[in-house]
Design a protein around this ligand. Structure first.
Ligand code: FES
Ligand code: MG
Length: 581
């Protein structure tokens, strides 16, 4: 018998027993400091469930997660586990500079180490705002504990002057209207307080919504949870159930690697296309696959996404917002429409397959979730382009682009940095026509650093005033999931990593052919061999002196493999480290 009054050998061993079981001095120390009112049997074989909580006042989209955590805690207790709220690094998309993406890997690294360093048997991952679910999943994957994801859910629909106002998308749209002179600055300012109506993350099909859909399609949520609006009581009900489930996952030894397989990624890619999801999901899925040792590459997005129709009529590709999607039947109703395209073998955290989980979820509003027979677009996959400008790949989201620009040849106009762009884009003498291909470089993972969402560069004022609303744009950075336009992004290798993008000059002809998947600079190789990148560009690349930024620039990989740090790819499992005393 141990000091706990129960024979530890009589029950299945938990990871946390390495801290709490037995009657030696260290076990006493661990229990004594954690006791603080909990019953003695808290340490006798009850799964210790950490609720990785990204609530923060500086991540307003996740600020309500403390309440969600309380619902999870009740569920964990009820199922016999011990809930432990664990605040983790949080990233607010709109505030964090120079870009939240610079810190995704840092957040994931910090979370991973704390998951492993503590007496934790299972995880409930509370995310929402863009980078939080990716960082949580990457961290949990590298530790490979049982885990379930809860997305904090979207905010309620905004509206202004009788029209729906979507987060992000309408900021870009109204901003362009102001620059074009068709909306007054005063009205623009008035719309500001109408956009964010409630708790929750962005209500468009931006990155946060996309990553919650992806988490569900990967099998990592309780089916039906993704897209539950943040203020909806059903979010708390589902969170309670997820707490119970986390305890069951520990008891059955269902670690994350037993849920997410290569087939799960296929399903995530199908789901992403059907909802018209964010291009950012591409980078996050590649990084997650890298953590799990699953062989996923950029070409899989084209392959798995081929022929998936765009069914969800949400901004930025369509008209509605997340609250409408939930009302219309939600993510499961969308997935049921494309069930024949899903891999039937992929499972969810409940043990059901995803295909089983989506059965029996009708569409209640065919304007929001289109039936298979009348999709918004027949093929919504993300297109992966190759050519001398992007030998490792670049992507474009045809669903958010102008059909008339998908095959295009035009002269380049090059900007060497965001600052260069801002200084010149509205110059009345800018040598630009509607056919010009706008190139913005120095915005990749290494060059900026952190790969900011700047690829949807604003159109020149001169063009806006002529009524032009889209032009071909090419960038080694990312684009906000709420943005739209004929934007070629994630060009790899980036200019700062020696990509040909660094050698493009004004007037060079660039060919974009999305149906043929081509992105080509039409300059003879002999001439390119004589070119060197301009000093203004090389000087502009990041050269941080110290800290995370230095580590990041030295180790970050290109977008085509997920922009993770080279030494964070893979996992170290949940092995318990040496005793601290
Ligand atoms: Fe947080 Fe959009 S800013 S989800
Ligand atoms: Mg974003």
């Amino acid at each position: 018998m141990s000091a706990q009054g129960k024979d530890d050998a009589q029950r299945p061993r938990l990871r946390s027993d390495e801290w709490y079981a037995g009657d030696d001095r260290n076990a006493y120390l661990h229990r004594a400091w954690m006791r603080r009112g909990v019953p003695a049997d808290a340490f006798e074989g009850r799964p210790q469930i950490a609720i990785a909580n990204t609530a923060s006042d500086l991540t307003p989209c996740n600020a309500h997660l403390n309440e969600v955590s309380q619902a999870v805690q009740r569920g964990v207790y009820e199922a016999g586990g011990i809930p432990l709220d664990l605040p983790v690094v949080s990233l607010g998309e709109t505030l964090v500079r120079p870009t939240a993406m610079l810190w995704r890997n840092m957040a994931a690294m910090a979370m991973e180490e704390m998951f492993r360093a503590n007496p934790i048997d299972g995880l409930v991952l509370l995310g929402g705002c863009d980078k939080t679910i990716p960082a949580l999943l990457m961290a949990a994957a590298s530790v490979d504990l049982p885990a379930v994801v809860i997305s904090g859910g979207p905010m309620l629909n905004g509206s202004f002057r009788g029209q729906a106002l979507g987060c992000g998308t309408d900021v870009w749209r109204l901003g362009e209207e102001v620059r074009a002179g068709t909306l007054t600055a005063e009205l623009f300012a008035r719309s500001e307080s109408s956009m964010i109506r409630s708790r929750g993350h962005c209500n468009t099909m931006g990155t946060a919504s996309s990553m919650s859909v992806v988490a569900e399609a990967l099998g990592m949520t309780l089916p039906g949870m993704a897209g539950t609006p943040a203020p909806d009581s059903r979010l708390l009900e589902g969170s309670h159930a997820a707490g119970r489930l986390a305890v069951d996952l520990v008891r059955s030894g269902t670690t994350i690697s037993k849920v997410i397989t290569r087939e799960s990624f296929h399903n995530a890619i199908v789901a992403l296309a059907a909802v018209g999801g964010s291009t950012n999901a591409v980078v996050h899925l590649l990084a997650l696959a890298g953590r799990l040792g699953i062989d996923l590459d950029l070409a899989d997005f084209d392959r798995s996404g081929a022929g998936v129709p765009l069914l969800v009529n949400l901004q930025p590709a369509g008209a509605y917002l997340m609250e409408d999607l939930y009302r219309a039947g939600g993510v499961l109703a969308v997935l049921e429409q494309v069930v024949d395209l899903l891999d039937p073998s992929a499972v969810t955290v409940t043990g059901q397959t995803l295909v089983e989980a989506v059965a029996g979820h009708p569409v209640w509003d065919p304007e929001v979730i289109r039936p298979r027979t009348t999709p918004l677009q027949a093929d919504a996959s993300i297109a992966v382009l190759r050519g001398n400008l992007a030998p490792d790949g670049a992507i474009v989201k045809p669903a958010a682009a102008s059909a008339s620009l998908l095959v295009h040849r035009g002269p380049a106009l090059v900007f060497d940095s965001v600052e260069d762009l801002k200084a010149r884009i509205d110059d009345p003498d800018l040598p630009v026509t509607p056919d010009t291909v706008l190139v913005l470089r120095g915005c990749g993972p290494r060059g900026y650093p952190g790969m900011p969402e700047v690829a949807n560069l604003p159109l020149p004022k001169k063009m806006l005033q002529q009524g032009v609303r889209d032009m071909v744009r090419i960038c080694d950075g990312r684009m906000s999931g709420t943005a739209y336009g004929t934007v070629v992004l994630h060009v790899a290798p980036e200019a700062a990593a020696g990509g040909l993008l660094g050698l493009v000059r004004d007037g060079d002809t660039i060919v974009l052919d999305v149906p043929r998947r081509v992105l080509q600079l039409e300059v003879p190789d002999e001439e390119l061999a004589l070119r060197t990148p301009p000093a203004t560009l090389t000087d502009g690349f990041a050269a941080p002196r110290r800290g995370w930024e230095r580590l990041y620039v030295d180790h970050v990989q290109q977008a085509s493999t997920g922009a993770d740090l080279d030494f964070l790819v893979g996992g170290s499992g949940s092995d318990v480290a040496r005793e601290s005393h």
